[in-house]
Design a protein around this ligand. Structure first.
Ligand SMILES: [Zn+2]
Length: 207
C-alpha cells in the first residue's frame, strides 16, 4: 500500500479497488456493513447495477462503479461534503482494505484508468472464448456442411450424412480443447478479478 494515509488528505472523492469482478452482493454487503453502524441507510429507490446511494439525515452519499476486473468504485458526497461524509469514506476504505482491496489517490486513479479499460477488454475477450467453448460442448459441428447437431446425434442435422469414426475422434478432440479453453478462461477471469496484472496473466491473449 503506497502513499500517505488518506485521513491526512481531505479529498472530495474516495477511490477504492476491490478484489472482485463487479459490484455484486458480497461487495454491497461489505459496504452496507461498514456504513450501517454510522447511521447510513441504503436508498431504496436506487436499484442501479452500477451505483449505490446512502442517506443519513440530510446527507447523501453516492458510490459509482468506474471499472471491473477488479471492481473500481469512487465514493463522494451528493452536495457539500461534511465530517459525516468523511467518516463514511474512512469506514468504506477500512472495510475494503480489510477485505484485501486498496484505495487509490486521484493521481493513481488517473494512472490506473487506461489499465482498467484494457482489463475490461481482456475480460470481454475471455467471455467470448467461454461462450464459443460452451457452444462446442452443447452441439457438434459437421466437418462437411458446418451444420450443428445434437451431441448424441448419429447423423448430421444438415446434410443427413452419418458421422464416421473419424468424425467422432475429431469431435472428442474438439470437446477436449473446448474444456481446456473453459478452464483457462475461468482462471484468467478469476486472476483479472483478483487484480493480477495483465502481463502476468496465464494463457495467450488470442481470440
Ligand atoms: Zn453435415
Amino acid at each position: 500500500m503506497a502513499g500517505k494515509p488518506d485521513t491526512l488528505v481531505r479529498r472530495q472523492h474516495t477511490h477504492l479497488l476491490l478484489p472482485s469482478a463487479a459490484l455484486d452482493d458480497p461487495q454491497r454487503t461489505l459496504f452496507e456493513s461498514a456504513l450501517r453502524p454510522a447511521g447510513w441507510t441504503a436508498d431504496p429507490d436506487d436499484s442501479s447495477s452500477m451505483s449505490l446511494r446512502w442517506n443519513r439525515r440530510q446527507a447523501a452519499l453516492r458510490l459509482q462503479t468506474l471499472g471491473w476486473f477488479p471492481l473500481l468504485v469512487t465514493v463522494g458526497a451528493i452536495g457539500k461534503a461534511t465530517s459525516a461524509h468523511r467518516d463514511a469514506a474512512a469506514r468504506l476504505t477500512a472495510a475494503v482494505v480489510a477485505g484485501g482491496g486498496k484505495s487509490l489517490t486521484d493521481r493513481e486513479l488517473v494512472e490506473y484508468l487506461p489499465q482498467a479499460q484494457a482489463r475490461w477488454q481482456r475480460a470481454l475477450l475471455e467471455r467470448r472464448r467461454t461462450a464459443t467453448a460452451e457452444r462446442l460442448l452443447e452441439a457438434r459441428r459437421c466437418s462437411y456442411c458446418a451444420s450443428w447437431s445434437g451431441m448424441s446425434a448419429t447423423h448430421c442435422a444438415g446434410c443427413r450424412r452419418r458421422f464416421t469414426t473419424a468424425d467422432d475422434a475429431e469431435h472428442e478432440a474438439t470437446i477436449s480443447r473446448a474444456s481446456a479453453t473453459l478452464d483457462e478462461a475461468a482462471a484468467i477471469l478469476a486472476d483479472l478479478a483478483r487484480g493480477v496484472t495483465l502481463d502476468r496473466l496465464s494463457g495467450a491473449s488470442h481470440g
